[in-house]
Design a protein around this ligand. Structure first.
Ligand code: URA
Length: 305
């Protein structure tokens, strides 16, 4: 006889499900409440006809319409996102991500190139809808620190803490980065810190190659606008995308490279790949290599001073 499994309470089942989600790497809640997208689709079909009628009649005189117009655009669109059902095409939910990748990449190039200041670049990035990561991220993490810094650090992508704070390198890796800077007499405020991808990938998965490619024009333009004397790539993904190499970080780190974005003076920046602080937290024995690289960075800076 097959033994019956012990009875499970709803609470235990819910706890087990949450644990399973956690083990699967799901740590991002996209909506406040679960949403049955199949039921929604059926409901959409039914409500579409009903929605058409008021649309065809006279515009609202007061209430919702007037209030909506008086809201600032972001507040209005937030309210829309909660109140109005998602748009549909022939009864199916319309995908807001239907921008083909090549068009998104071309758009990214055009937007980044037209930004003349860091503020304009932030605006350009905020208006860029080609990268899906913005849909699951809480907010854009553009970069922080000194806009005229001598040294600029580029990491991979924001993690959970950065996504919440809207600032790069504020979690455990960021705290280690701060200590690394302090060890050579630098402060976080004196340098520029950013990432090659400005939105947190869900569950901290690595950005895909196409996501990285779409964001590249923006980080390239940020480097160009800051024009640091020295660029530091933190970790393998940043080094690969900035230096356009497939070489592993353990070979690249501690060696100087040129990052060139033009033909003018100052358009080539000495670039040092270093081990990522997150890696150093997992492999503390490798901190000796990071220390060597920090000393090389300081020596190069002192030379140029
Ligand atoms: N890791 C990164 O590469 N960037 C951050 O901002 C945080 C962690």
């Amino acid at each position: 006889m097959i033994p019956h499994p012990p009875p499970v309470t709803t609470r235990e089942a819910a706890a087990a499900l949450l644990e399973w989600y956690g083990d699967a790497g799901i740590d991002t809640i996209v909506l406040d409440a679960p949403r049955d997208r199949f039921a929604e689709t059926a409901a959409e079909i039914e409500s579409r006809a009903a929605r058409r009628a008021p649309e065809a009649s006279a515009p609202p005189r007061d209430g919702a319409g007037a209030a909506e117009r008086s809201l600032s655009p972001p507040a209005a669109s937030r309210r829309e996102a909660h109140a109005a059902p998602p748009p549909t095409v022939d009864g199916f939910p319309a995908l807001s991500l239907a921008v083909p990748d090549e068009i998104a990449v071309a758009d990214a190039h055009q937007r980044a190139a037209s930004a003349k200041t860091l503020d304009e670049l932030r605006e350009a990035l905020a208006g860029f809808t080609g990268c899906n990561l913005r849909l699951t991220a809480t907010q854009l993490v553009f970069g922080d620190g000194n806009p005229d810094a001598d040294v600029m650090f580029v990491g991979e992508a924001p993690g959970r803490e950065e996504d919440i704070a809207g600032e790069p390198f504020v979690g455990k890796s960021g705290q280690l980065l701060d200590r690394m800077l302090a060890s050579i007499g630098m402060t976080r405020e004196s340098v520029r810190v950013t990432n090659s991808v400005p939105w947190r990938p869900p569950g901290n998965r690595p950005p895909t190659p196409i996501e990285t490619e779409m964001c590249l024009p923006f980080i390239a333009r940020q480097i160009e606008l800051v024009r640091p004397k020295i660029l530091v790539c933190l970790g393998s993904p940043a080094a690969k995308v900035i230096l356009k190499t497939e070489e592993g970080i353990l070979r690249l780190r501690g060696t100087w490279h040129d990052y060139t974005f033009g033909v003018g003076p100052g358009d080539t920046i000495p670039t040092l790949p270093m081990l990522h602080p997150a890696y150093l937290l997992r492999q503390p024995a490798q901190k000796k290599l990071a220390w060597r690289d920090l000393l090389a960075l300081k020596a190069r800076l002192d030379e140029r001073a």
